[in-house]
Design a protein around this ligand. Structure first.
Ligand code: C5P
Length: 285
């Protein structure tokens, strides 16, 4: 029987995202607290004679519109294949539950899960440093997705500091089902405040706007997609929500709750207001 390896590719949430500078190559320097949710995509790999990718799930059709050379799972697999002695192959199955180009790192999580699954399947003994280098070449969010636990992400995604968050938190995610390209949001971003890097975090509760936390890309994303502002307002008014914010470069917005029932009630409310949107209630890992 052939070995099958299954790796979850959780959604990545930027609980706050501060832009603290810009490099000469145009990339922005970030300071962001990243966490992961129970809800996500799934990668399954098994050895085979050819390298192939089979996609299923709610967003499989949207992904099929992307050329294979731009598919991060495919790119990750081709990169790793170069490290195998006799060019090993695999059948990769991706269950695409997360919306594309949505600020919750779906593609990055899939790429990171592919790296984890294929290094195990092909018994590649690559040092961590090499794996993180491969991840960063695939995209700025791939290293943090490879890390996969709560962390402060700095630089352009290459500087990761673990964070201990012990309290449970429930989250509702909403996306208007409209793609928003990361590059376009960063292009529209103009900095207004001089941000300082956050030194230390140990709870969700203090991450509110009044303590100066936010997502600096919200304004730029709203200028491209005004429905984001409306969705943020709707999230804020749900009962017991203690933070409502956009994740990454959008358009997905989230709200946090201390108890599960409150998040499930909020989900029902939002589904009524936005029947066309993608909306889920899940919890932070
Ligand atoms: O690395 P990734 O492919 O996700 O980035 C997409 C685009 O977003 C980059 O080409 C760049 O224009 C912009 N970006 C940025 N600063 C970052 C990350 C991304 O300006 N830290």
């Amino acid at each position: 029987m052939t070995e099958k390896i299954i790796v979850h590719a959780p959604a990545k949430i930027n609980l706050f995202l501060h832009v603290i500078g810009k490099r000469t190559d145009g990339y922005h320097l970030l300071d962001s607290l990243v966490v992961f949710t129970e809800y996500g995509d799934v990668i399954e790999v098994e050895e085979s004679d050819d390298l192939s990718l089979i996609v299923s799930g709610a967003y499989a059709n949207s992904l099929s519109a992307i050329r294979p050379e731009n598919n991060l799972v495919w790119k990750a697999a081709l990169t790793l294949q170069k490290y195998t002695r006799e060019r090993k192959a695999a059948t990769i199955r991706l269950t695409k539950n997360l919306p594309l180009a949505s600020g919750i790192g779906g593609g990055s999580a899939d790429a990171a899960a592919t790296i984890k699954a294929l290094t195990k399947l092909w018994k590649l003994n690559l040092p961590n440093e090499e794996l993180y280098k491969i991840a960063l070449e695939l995209g700025s969010d791939v290293p943090i997705c490879l890390y996969g636990e709560p962390a402060l992400m700095r630089g352009i995604g290459d500087d990761i500091t673990p964070v201990e968050l012990t309290e449970p938190a429930y989250i509702v995610l909403i996306n208007p089902n409209i793609l928003l390209a990361t590059a376009e949001v960063f292009q529209s971003f103009s900095s207004k405040t001089q941000r300082k890097s956050v030194a230390h975090i140990d709870s969700f509760s203090g991450l509110t706007d009044e303590f100066g936390y936010g997502n600096d890309l919200e304004e730029a994303a709203i200028s491209k997609l005004p429905i984001i502002a409306k969705m943020l307002d709707s999230l804020r008014t749900t009962k017991s929500c203690f933070i409502a914010r956009m994740s990454g470069s959008g358009a997905t917005c989230f709200a946090l709750y201390h108890d599960k029932q409150a998040s499930e009630n909020a989900l029902k409310e939002l589904q009524k207001i936005y029947p066309q949107a993608w909306c889920v209630a899940t919890h932070i890992l």
